[in-house]
Design a protein around this ligand. Structure first.
Ligand SMILES: Cc1ncc(C[n+]2csc(CCOP(=O)(O)OP(=O)(O)O)c2C)c(N)n1
Length: 295
C-alpha cells in the first residue's frame, strides 16, 4: 500500500467527515432537495483535486457533491446551496444536482445523464479553437455509458483531438440495478482501443493509483489525445438521500460508529487507516472533525 502525505490524509478525512455530517442532516430531513452522497468516492474526488491545474476545468454529473467538497474545501459553502440560502448579487441557487461551486474550476454539473459529456466536449473544442491552455475533465457513472452522448463524445473528441479526459466512476450501479441486470457488459479498454482513445483503469479507492492514472491521462489529453480513466468504485450509500434510507435498510452509515464505512480496501479511508495505524488515524481524525464540524 502506498503512503499518504499529510495534505492527502487531511483532505480524505475532511471529505469523509463532511459527507457523514450531510448524511446525518439528511436523516434529520434538513433539506428540501435530494442529495447524492458519494461514500467510497473520496479518493477519486481528492485525486481529481490534486491533479487539476489552475487552467483546467471540470464538468460533473448529479453525483457531484464529493468533488464540490474536495475542490472548495468548504462544507459551509456547499451547505448554502443545499439549504437554498440567498446568495449575494442575485445569483441563483444551484441546489445539489447542478452544483458547481464558484472558483473551483467546476464549470458545469448536470442532472441529465450524459449531458455533461456533450458540454465538456464543447468546452474542449472552444479551448482548442482559442488555443487556450488546460484540459477539460468530465466525470460520469457506468449508467451514463448507456447514453448516446457518451459514444458521440468519444468519437467527437478523438476526431477533433480534444484535450478531454473522461472519468468513468464504475460502481456497477445505476439507481439500484447492476450492470448484469441491465445490459451486456462493456469492455471499455476495447472500446477505447477501437476509437484510439487512451485508456487507464484503476481502483478508485486507492488515492495514489487515482492520481497516477489522472496525471497520465491529463498529460495525453494536453497533447491532443483524449483519454478515458475507468475507476472501480464501491458506493457505500443509497443512490440518493440518507443511508439507511428506510427502517430495515441493510445499508447503515452512522457518524457515531466512526469515519470508516467499509473494513476492506474498497473504502479509501480504510486504506488510509491501515497505512497510518489506528492511533495516528484517530488522532488526526479527531482534530479535523473538530475544525470541520458545522452545527
Ligand atoms: C437522461 C436521463 N435519464 C435518466 C435519468 C435518471 N437517473 C438519474 S441518476 C441515474 C443512474 C445513474 O447511474 P450512473 O451514471 O452509474 O451514476 P451513479 O448514480 O451510479 O453515480 C438515472 C438513470 C436522468 N437523470 N437522466
Amino acid at each position: 500500500m502506498n503512503s499518504f502525505s499529510e495534505t492527502e490524509a487531511i483532505a480524505l478525512i475532511r471529505l469523509r467527515h463532511s459527507q457523514h455530517q450531510l448524511n446525518e442532516m439528511l436523516k434529520a430531513k434538513r433539506f428540501k432537495i435530494p442529495i447524492h452522497l458519494a461514500f467510497g468516492h473520496e479518493a477519486a474526488a481528492v485525486g481529481m483535486d490534486l491533479t487539476m491545474q489552475p487552467e483546467d476545468v471540470l464538468c460533473l454529473s448529479h453525483r457531484n457533491g464529493a468533488y464540490n467538497l474536495a475542490r472548495s474545501k468548504s462544507l459551509k459553502t456547499v451547505l448554502t446551496h443545499y439549504q437554498l440560502e440567498e446568495r449575494p448579487n442575485g445569483m441563483a441557487q444551484m441546489a445539489s444536482m447542478n452544483l458547481a461551486v464558484d472558483n473551483t474550476g467546476i464549470v458545469y454539473s448536470s442532472s441529465i445523464l450524459g449531458n455533461n459529456l456533450a458540454v465538456a466536449a464543447g468546452i474542449a473544442l472552444n479551448r482548442k479553437f482559442l488555443q487556450r491552455a488546460g484540459i477539460v475533465f468530465v466525470v460520469m457513472g457506468d449508467g451514463a455509458m448507456e447514453e448516446g452522448a457518451f459514444w458521440e463524445t468519444l468519437i467527437f473528441a478523438r476526431s477533433h483531438k480534444l484535450g478531454l479526459v473522461v472519468v468513468v466512476e464504475n460502481n456497477n450501479c445505476s439507481m439500484s440495478s447492476t450492470i448484469e441486470e441491465r445490459r451486456y457488459p462493456i469492455d471499455l479498454s476495447l472500446v477505447c482501443r477501437g476509437l484510439s482513445v487512451i485508456y487507464q483503469h484503476t481502483s478508485g479507492a486507492a488515492l495514489y493509483d487515482v492520481k497516477v492514472a489522472l496525471k497520465a491521462a491529463r498529460a495525453m489529453a494536453s497533447d491532443g489525445h483524449p483519454a478515458l480513466v475507468e475507476l472501480e468504485i464501491t458506493t457505500f450509500n443509497q443512490h440518493a438521500g440518507p443511508t439507511p434510507g428506510w427502517a430495515d435498510d441493510p445499508m447503515r452509515i452512522v457518524l457515531e460508529d466512526g469515519l470508516l464505512v467499509g473494513h476492506d480496501m474498497k473504502d479509501p479511508l480504510f486504506q488510509l487507516h491501515e497505512v497510518l495505524g489506528a492511533a495516528e488515524f484517530n488522532r488526526l481524525a479527531e482534530h479535523i472533525m473538530k475544525v470541520n464540524h458545522v452545527g
